[in-house]
Design a protein around this ligand. Structure first.
Ligand code: AMP
Length: 396
């Protein structure tokens, strides 16, 4: 990574405004997934140990620009203090009197968490005045929120873009995300295999295009596969597919051929007579008959895909192989997760549904890297520059 990190600067005694990703699920006041808080801890600890005044800020959920206690970050402050084993002062507003007083009182090594940034519409609008107000808490800006690095909001990019924060560096989490994913894209251990699934080809055109330049094998699963099938004139029954993308699907298959990339589509599918957890199912090889829809990859495909992963050097995976929310159609996603866990390859899970599946199945510690950003990792894999990274100071 050619961006400066917190290790490249002196932070002692400085007010460090740290954009973290504390967008965690909270059910009845209880945080049900601590991953994102855990991900931010190395940066927070480092800054605090080095004697910085650590001012944390994040968004959570979609409070639509209003103070709404349902989206308060207070439970996160309590949990973070418990996880760090040191106090975390919570400010009940973002740029108001309470935040100003608590930041002013913050001593070296102490930690303050501001209230939810999205209680202000100005955050997502990247409002200049809001950036300026935030910058009062900021001698050094640190971005460690990979999950929102693809957004140009006030706290993720604007505060630097408008010139309010001159010293702007990456935290350890962003550093790790970029090093591992960037390393895989630029200098992969081969064979390099990408597995893409999910509902729509249209959401992943950019990623497929960019990965076709780099991988040895591209594996397709999920409903996306049926657009490729249908584009080649094969019957797909009632399967989800995007007829307006047939031309593009053909082009991508041609591009794979021209580049010598192995392009794998399912050999068999778990087909169902309706979109229902208790529907009748059958395994269908090849064309899918009328009245049936493909909702998961079949057992032979699971074996073929596992085989392709087995001897890979690097594997990147994004998107489920079927309707994994229903047990009957979760076998393909489970099989791919297991194959990755058992392979000796560098394994990178690109956030979102695939990250959730790997974690639920208990394979998380078997993966090299599980990205904390679904949208951000997709844009990164697409080769798009992330505004939250682009704005940071370059290494000299
Ligand atoms: P995405 O957000 O594009 O990664 O898509 C994830 C969604 O795709 C999940 O909710 C899956 O249930 C859905 N999905 C995957 N395979 C299929 C399929 N064969 N038919 C319908 N939906 C699917």
């Amino acid at each position: 990574m050619n961006k400066k990190t917190i290790k490249d600067i002196d932070v002692a005694g400085k007010k460090c405004l740290v954009r973290v990703d504390f967008n965690v699920p909270i059910v009845d006041g209880v945080i049900t997934d601590l991953n994102r808080i855990e991900g931010a801890i190395p940066t927070i600890k480092y800054l605090s140990d080095k004697g910085a005044k650590v001012i944390l800020c994040s968004h959570m959920g979609r409070p639509k620009g209003e103070f709404n206690m349902k989206y308060s970050l207070r439970p996160v402050a309590v949990k973070l203090a418990e996880m760090l084993g040191k106090p975390v002062t919570f400010a009940t507003d973002v740029i108001g009197q309470d935040a100003q007083a608590k930041v002013a009182a913050c001593k070296n090594g102490e930690i303050v968490l501001l209230e939810n940034l999205r209680f202000h519409n100005e955050e997502e609008k990247n409002d200049k005045g809001f950036c300026e107000a935030l910058s009062k808490f900021c001698e050094i800006y640190v971005n460690d929120a990979f999950g929102t690095a693809h957004r140009a909001h006030a706290s993720t990019a604007g505060i630097v873009q408008y010139g309010f924060a001159k010293v702007a560096v990456a935290g350890f989490l962003i550093g790790r995300e970029l090093d591992i994913m960037g390393g895989a894209l630029e200098n992969p251990k081969r064979p390099f295999v990408a597995i893409l699934g999910g509902a729509k080809v249209s959401d992943k055109i950019g990623v497929i295009n960019n990965l076709l330049e780099k991988v040895d094998t591209l594996i397709i699963g999920g409903a996306m596969a049926y657009t490729f099938f249908a584009a080649e004139g094969r019957k797909v029954g009632n399967s989800l597919c995007e007829p307006d993308k047939f031309g593009l699907a053909k082009e991508l298959i041609e591009k794979a051929k021209a580049k010598g990339v192995k392009f794998l589509l399912p050999a068999d599918n778990v087909c169902s007579d309706k979109f229902d957890a208790n529907a009748n199912t059958q395994i269908v090889h090849g064309e899918i008959p009328d009245g049936w829809q493909g909702l998961d990859i079949g057992p032979e495909t699971c074996r073929l895909y596992a085989e392709a992963v087995k001897n890979a050097g690097t594997v990147i995976w994004n998107g489920p192989m079927g309707v994994f929310e229903m047990e009957k159609f979760a076998q393909g996603t489970k099989a791919v997760a297991k194959a990755l866990a058992e392979s000796g390859a560098i394994t990178i899970i690109g956030g979102g549904d695939s990250a959730a599946a790997v974690t639920q199945l208990g394979y998380a510690d078997k993966m090299t890297h599980i990205s904390t950003g679904g949208g951000a990792s997709l844009e990164f894999l697409e080769g798009i520059e992330l505004p939250g990274v682009a704005c940071l100071n370059d290494k000299e």
